[in-house]
Design a protein around this ligand. Structure first.
Ligand code: PSU
Ligand code: MN
Length: 307
């Protein structure tokens, strides 16, 4: 039944038929996470990196009501050019968009769900949504966390941005039973900076070790995702004081403007990029590439273990 709704690119279809390693990639990062044309250039290069490291990229979006797994360059260009005119689509929006044939840029939650329908177990992105600062009043907690609790996909991110409350995000992940793994690190990276005051649950130093852990988790029928935190490469890690100041300023302006809900994350990302004169965007792009590389290596290892 689900096959009626899914549409694979020929590259992805071939990979599924031949049991090749796959890596899912999201599309909100294209339409809402970065400006045009950097968004398109980044999305295409992400796919290239995945291929260079032994896996097949499956960029996911909803186009004309179809759950697309694997996009053409033209489709990526369309999502990038249209930008925020494309609906930011999380889990709750999937059925509506499909039944009304609406285009959707999929967030981490929607991408995880569609990846799992397609049998893809590894997903690389930049940052996940989490518990927002002030959530004790706004209750703004990303649907990404609930998806991680439910859906068997391992998500590689550069930790969580300090536009979120990192401590509360970790508490939430713990409540939901989601393991947080640090790749070559014991601290939860804070997206733009490799360092933070928080610890991951388990440090693992090679893709093989993480793949073995994932296989064990599947074998034990432990439902739900895994968060793999991959620190931003040293040379792109930003000064903590500088970035924290930019984040504070962006949050203050957002509150003055009364921006809420799903507009929050995209607004803050572009505001921080403008305050840092594009430096945060450059860091953002480099950490996404770094995650795509680990995603491909991990998917390749996991495929070896499943044979
Ligand atoms: N963090 C980023 N870039 C992004 C996002 C988060 O650095 O593009 C996007 C992802 O698609 C994520 C979504 O799933 O924002 C979370 O949105 P919200 O906080 O509204 O749940
Ligand atoms: Mn939210």
């Amino acid at each position: 039944m689900k096959e009626t709704y899914l549409e694979y690119s020929s590259e992805v279809k071939n990979a599924i038929e031949n049991g090749l390693p796959l890596v899912a990639l999201e599309s909100t990062i294209i339409s809402h996470g970065m400006p045009y044309p950097e968004n398109v250039k980044t999305a295409l290069h992400c796919q290239q990196i995945v291929r260079e490291h032994g896996a097949i990229p499956a960029t996911i979006a909803i186009l004309n009501g179809k759950l697309k797994v694997g996009l053409s360059d033209e489709e990526i260009d369309f999502l990038g050019k249209e930008g925020v005119k494309i609906q930011k689509t999380s889990r709750r929006d999937i059925a509506y968009n499909v039944s009304n044939k609406i285009n959707g840029a999929t967030t981490v939650s929607a991408t995880m769900y569609i990846a799992s329908l397609a049998g893809i177990r590894i997903f690389a992105t930049g940052g996940i949504g989490g518990v927002h600062r002030g959530a004790e009043l706004t209750m703004d907690i990303s649907a990404d966390l609930e998806e991680l609790a439910m859906t068997d996909v391992a998500v590689i991110s550069a930790g969580a941005k300090s536009i979120l409350d990192l401590g509360l995000t970790l508490e939430y992940l713990e409540t939901k039973g989601i393991p947080v793994i640090g790749y070559n690190t014991e601290v939860l990276p804070a997206f733009y900076c490799a360092e933070s005051d928080f610890k991951v649950n388990f440090r693992m130093d090679t893709p093989e070790i993480i793949a073995h852990f994932l296989k064990t988790k599947y074998d034990l029928r432990l439902k739900g995702g895994v968060l793999i935190a991959n620190p931003i490469p040293h040379e792109f890690s930003m000064d903590k004081i500088l970035i924290d100041k930019a984040i504070e300023e962006a949050i203050e302006e957002m509150n003055t403007l009364g921006i809420k809900g799903k507009e929050t994350t995209p607004y803050l990302l572009q505001k921080i990029a403008s305050i840092t004169k594009g430096k945060s965007l450059e860091s953002n792009i480099s950490l996404v590439y770094n995650n795509c590389k680990l995603g491909a290596q991990l998917s390749a290892e996991l495929t070896k273990l499943s044979k």
